[in-house]
Every structure is written in structure tokens, then in C-alpha cells.
Write a protein that binds this ligand. Structure first.
Ligand code: HEC
Ligand code: HEC
Length: 365
């Protein structure tokens, strides 16, 4: 049996069909008609319960992987996810309507961009490398210092960041209220008018569907399929999980992260101080949330500042043992890897690529 995530009741066709403008127009008409009927039938206050459409969605994680926690106030439905996807790819949320979440988070490179640090509206320079969104729904907190507790709340940050979308949530909501389609879709998905609650929840709902469990490594694990990984990759895997390279101590578990904040000895002096920015504890200087390594082959450049261009450079960084910053984790130390071993590690990192995820039509606008 191959490892596959299944979004029950979902396939790209249903999503595409729901995006058909005529259908939306029809649903809108039908619903308006409903509301008119109800209004004319009684003078009681309309409860929005009647307009909600809820086609349940489930995210089935393979065994050995923690369940994703879905908040009670944002249960997944096809309507919510479709709405969130529209918002994710709509530049309407940026002040000058020039960029969307999808401008910096591109699917074919695992929802990153290919820049050292991001570029926002008017080409404004950001200060960090864009994080990929592979399996983002499993993250316990967000951003590299982990300062944001939920995906719902995370949505507000890029909208309001002056070097990203440079808008306000308040103004974005005003704009959406005057949009020909969104008020109806939001009413159907959440039973309420356009507001911060519904907009942030819809985008978070879409992000929770960005799950990836079908890399070459997963196929190898699930079937012991002879051809899923090359011998070089298998050797690299043994190094990765073994005591010589120690990678899996931090890049642990099904998502290749312990979700901790670690200093991996990248720099001697950290302009971006990472976790320290919210704790003000000097032992947190230079500590960043350990990134997942799923799909890492396509997310170059690497590290919080995008300073390493290739996986070879990353492996070389670990092999030399870092800069010996006072907060550097002791697992980062000279590894004495041979040239062959370095190639094997790089080859293994490429076995974490999930083509199905990168090409999944359900995630496309
Ligand atoms: C200008 C480029 C840009 C735009 C636009 C943008 N992002 Fe990001 N995103 C980034 C960068 C850079 C980071 C890393 C920031 C950090 O850690 O401080 C990031 C981080 C994230 C994370 C955190 C992932 C994690 O594991 O911690 C999420 C989730 C996310 N973005 C979603 C969104 C959503 C949703 C939108 C639209 C509302 C959006 N982004 C718009 C550049 C962008
Ligand atoms: C002490 C914990 C720790 C160990 C051990 C460790 N890493 Fe990391 N790794 C991190 C942290 C933290 C980052 C992010 C640093 C940053 O953003 O500046 C990172 C980043 C990376 C990245 C870049 C990911 C990206 O998206 O930018 C790769 C690739 C990587 N590590 C591979 C490895 C390999 C291979 C090994 C073993 C040789 C290893 N790591 C060992 C903590 C660790």
C-alpha cells in the first residue's frame, strides 16, 4: 500500500467546478432567492444557519504521523478551503492590489520564492527567507521565532507588514465587502458577513490542506519499494539518522523538525536574532525554529537569511561544524564526512521531494 494522503470528498475536479464563475453566480442567485423567500415568509431575524453550505473535508495522515489539530471554530469544509484558496491567490489583500500570498509562496517550489529574502509591494525588501508551507498545518507555532500561535492569526501579519502587503486588515475587509463574489461565498462558508474571523479562517483552512506524504522517502518506507530510493539515497538516509551526522536529532519525526528553536552555528553575529526577538533571553540569540526538510530540494536558497545557495553548501556548513557561536547546539560539530558521504546526504535530502504535492491541481488558483 503506498503512502497517500486522502482528502475525503475532494479532488481537483470538484474544486475546479466550484470555481466556475457561472456556478458561483448561480449559487449566489439561488441563495439570494432563498434569503428573499425566508425574509418574505417571516419577519423573524434571519439566522445564518440556513445559508451555510458544509461539505466536510478530512485530512487523513499516514500512520506514524501525528493527527493535525483542527480548531473547533474552523472545521474543514470544501467551501471554506475553496474560499481560502481564492483569497490566498488574490492580490486584493495588498494595499496596491499588486501581490497575493501566492506571489511569495509558489506551489512548484513548495510555497517558497527563490529569493534570499522576500520582496513585497513596490519591490520592498523583506528581512527573511520565505518559509515553505509544506505540512504547515502541523506546525505548533509560526514564524522563525515562533511568535504566532495559530495559522488563523498568522494571516494578519503579511497583510499588515509594510514590506509585504502593506495594508490593514480593516481596509482589506472593507474592500472584500464591496466585492461582487466574496460576501456571498463567505456567508455560505461561515454563515457570517465579511469580517476578520471569516477571512483569516478561510485562508488557514486552505493552508491546512497543503499536506505532503508522498516523497520518494515515504514510498520507500511504505512499500520498501526497491526503486523508490537509490542506493546513494539509502546510504544518505542512514547517515542522516545515524550518530555520525546527527541530523535527525533536530530534523526529527515525520516532518523532519523537532519544532524547537536551535542555533545551528550559521553565523558569528546574528543581525536577525531569531527567538531572542520575543524572549529577550540572550541564550536564544541566533535560534530559529528548525525547518521541515520536506521538499527542501526545491526551496533554495536556504537558512533564515537565504545565505546558502545549494544543498551542497548546507552539508558543507554542517561538515565544518559551524561558527562556534556561544549558543550553538553541541550537535553541530565537525563531522569528518568524506566526499562520498556528503553526496549521499545531499542525495537523501532530494528523496524528500514529493512531486505529487508540487503538481497537485487542488492547490492551484
Ligand atoms: C512579501 C512576501 C510574502 C507575502 C506576500 C506573504 N508571505 Fe508568508 N512568509 C514570507 C516570509 C519571508 C516568511 C518568513 C517570516 C518569518 O518567519 O518571520 C513567511 C512565513 C509564512 C508562514 C509561517 C510558516 C511557518 O512555518 O512558520 C505562513 C503560514 C505564511 N507565511 C503564510 C502566508 C499567507 C497566508 C500570506 C497571505 C495573507 C502570506 N504568507 C503572504 C513571505 C511572504
Ligand atoms: C542543532 C539542531 C540541528 C542539527 C543537528 C541540524 N540542523 Fe539543519 N537546521 C537547523 C536549524 C535551526 C535550521 C534553520 C537555521 C536558519 O534558519 O538560519 C536548519 C536548516 C537546515 C537546512 C535549510 C532548510 C531551509 O529551508 O532553509 C537544511 C537543508 C538542513 N538544516 C539540513 C541538515 C542536515 C543535513 C543536518 C545533518 C548534517 C542538519 N541539518 C543538522 C537545526 C539543525
Amino acid at each position: 500500500m503506498s503512502v497517500k494522503y486522502i482528502l475525503q470528498n475532494i479532488n481537483s475536479k470538484t474544486i475546479q467546478a466550484n470555481f466556475c464563475p457561472q456556478k458561483i453566480a448561480k449559487q449566489k442567485l439561488a441563495c439570494l432567492f432563498c434569503i428573499l423567500l425566508i425574509l418574505s415568509a417571516s419577519c423573524k431575524k434571519e439566522t445564518n444557519e440556513n445559508v451555510i453550505k458544509f461539505t466536510p473535508l478530512e485530512i487523513n495522515t499516514p500512520s506514524g504521523f501525528d493527527e493535525m489539530t483542527i480548531p473547533d471554530d474552523n472545521k474543514l469544509s470544501l467551501e471554506r478551503v475553496n474560499l481560502g484558496k481564492m483569497l490566498f491567490f488574490d492580490p486584493i489583500l495588498s494595499r496596491d492590489s499588486s501581490i497575493s500570498c501566492g506571489t511569495c509562496h509558489l506551489q512548484n517550489i513548495a510555497f517558497t520564492d527563490n529569493l534570499p529574502v522576500s520582496r513585497g509591494i513596490e519591490n520592498r525588501l523583506g528581512f527573511r527567507n520565505t518559509t515553505g508551507l509544506t505540512n504547515v498545518g502541523f506546525q505548533p507555532y509560526f514564524f522563525k521565532e515562533g511568535g504566532v500561535p495559530t495559522l488563523e492569526r498568522q494571516v494578519i501579519a503579511p497583510i499588515e507588514d509594510p514590506v509585504e502587503m502593506d495594508f490593514t486588515l480593516f481596509d482589506a475587509i472593507e474592500r472584500l465587502r464591496n466585492h461582487p463574489i466574496y460576501p456571498q461565498l463567505i456567508l455560505e462558508a461561515y454563515g457570517r458577513e465579511v469580517d476578520a474571523f471569516s477571512v483569516t479562517r478561510a485562508i488557514a483552512a486552505f493552508e491546512r490542506t497543503l499536506v505532503s506524504f508522498n516523497s520518494y522517502y515515504d514510498m520507500h518506507n511504505a512499500n520498501n519499494e526497491a526503486n523508490a530510493m537509490t542506493q546513494e539515497q539509502i546510504n544518505g538516509m542512514n547517515l542522516f539518522f545515524g550518530p555520525k551526522a546527527n541530523c535527525s536529532q533536530c530534523h526529527a519525526g515525520g516532518n523532519f523538525t523537532n519544532y524547537n528553536f536551535e542555533n545551528n552555528g550559521l553565523l558569528q553575529e546574528y543581525l536577525d536574532q531569531g527567538r531572542f526577538r520575543i524572549t529577550f533571553d540572550t541564550s536564544d540569540i541566533g535560534k530559529f525554529k528548525t525547518p521541515s526538510l520536506r521538499n527542501v530540494e526545491v526551496t533554495a536558497p536556504y537558512m533564515h537569511n537565504g545565505s546558502l545557495n545549494t544543498l551542497e553548501e548546507v552539508v558543507e556548513h554542517y561538515n565544518t561544524g559551524g561558527t562556534n557561536h556561544s549558543n550553538q547546539n553541541e550537535l553541530v560539530k565537525p563531522l569528518n564526512l568524506s566526499a562520498t558521504e556528503k553526496n549521499e546526504l545531499v542525495a537523501f535530502l532530494k528523496a524528500l521531494t514529493d512531486r505529487e504535492f508540487l503538481e497537485n491541481e487542488s492547490f492551484m488558483p
